[in-house]
Design a protein around this ligand. Structure first.
Ligand SMILES: CC(C)(COP(=O)(O)OP(=O)(O)OC[C@H]1O[C@@H](n2cnc3c(N)ncnc32)[C@H](O)[C@@H]1O)[C@@H](O)C(=O)NCCC(=O)NCCS
Ligand SMILES: Nc1ncnc2c1ncn2[C@@H]1O[C@H](COP(=O)(O)OP(=O)(O)OP(=O)(O)O)[C@@H](O)[C@H]1O
Length: 199
């Protein structure tokens, strides 16, 4: 039987982790997360981290040798060319991690959390696309609050991504997270049980 692979996406801070955590706890589904793979890609000693340090200088590293994520964020969320350069290094690594998950996982249903599912052209990896949405104002507020960002920094991150409306138009399932977390999770139950397997 072909696997059901739920591709969970949406804008930054719209609620993907809230949905993923619920799918893991309520339905015991394995979660595979692009942000975690992207962190792994730049671990100490990795060729990708070396390339980044070569391009931006050793000051892009923390004293312990780890990537200074805040500094790299300041560069790439302000500069589309640099963002593209970093993505071209990291996205193929992330894509391979998902392929490996597909090849090795024995679960019938997998959840892939991929914030840049459309932007990074990874839709072929999943069998259905769920987009978590909320209003732009809520998104901005939640992002500022959670990441302790200045409004301009939060806005720069949001603008680095495809507009949420476009993601919604390409979704199989839209989960509206503009109300309470409880109302979001009720929609998750419906979507999960509907099994909109498209493959
Ligand atoms: C710039 C970095 C170091 C900032 O790290 P930081 O710890 O502050 O953020 P984190 O990695 O947890 O990402 C948080 C969110 O930012 C957004 N985001 C991350 N990278 C990008 C990007 N290239 N374009 C648009 N949004 C992005 C995503 O919504 C993500 O969920 C990091 O985001 C990064 O390495 N980005 C490039 C790799 C990438 O594209 N990752 C996305 C997953 S494929
Ligand atoms: N319905 C809601 N009402 C109020 N706050 C919420 C709601 N849903 C999520 N949040 C809060 O908004 C923030 C973002 O939620 P979450 O971490 O689930 O989003 P995300 O899409 O996974 O974010 P990222 O793209 O950064 O990984 C969190 O601080 C979370 O507690």
């Amino acid at each position: 039987m072909t696997k059901r692979i739920i591709g969970l996406t949406g804008g930054i801070a719209t609620g993907k982790s809230t949905v993923a955590n619920y799918l893991a706890s309520a339905y015991n589904l394995p979660i595979f997360d692009a942000d975690i793979y992207a962190r792994d890609a730049v671990s100490i000693g990795s060729p990708i981290l070396k390339a980044i340090a070569q391009r931006y200088g050793e000051q892009i590293l923390l004293p312990d040798g780890n990537l200074n994520r805040q500094k790299l964020g300041e560069i790439i969320f302000q500069n589309q060319q640099e963002r593209q350069w970093v993505e071209d290094l990291i996205h193929p690594y992330v894509g391979n991690c998902f392929l490996e998950a597909i090849a090795t996982s024995t679960a019938e249903t997998l959840v892939f959390v991929i914030p840049l599912l459309f932007e990074a052209k990874m839709t072929h990896l999943v069998t259905e696309i769920w987009v978590v949405s909320c209003s732009e104002t809520q998104q901005l507020q939640r992002l500022i609050q959670r990441n302790h960002l200045h409004p301009a920094q939060a806005q720069a991150r949001m603008q680095s991504q495809l507009p949420l409306a476009e993601k919604i138009s390409r979704a199989d399932v839209v989960l509206d997270n503009s109300s309470t977390p409880e109302s979001l999770l009720i929609q998750v139950d419906v979507a999960f049980q509907k099994n909109t397997n498209l493959s």
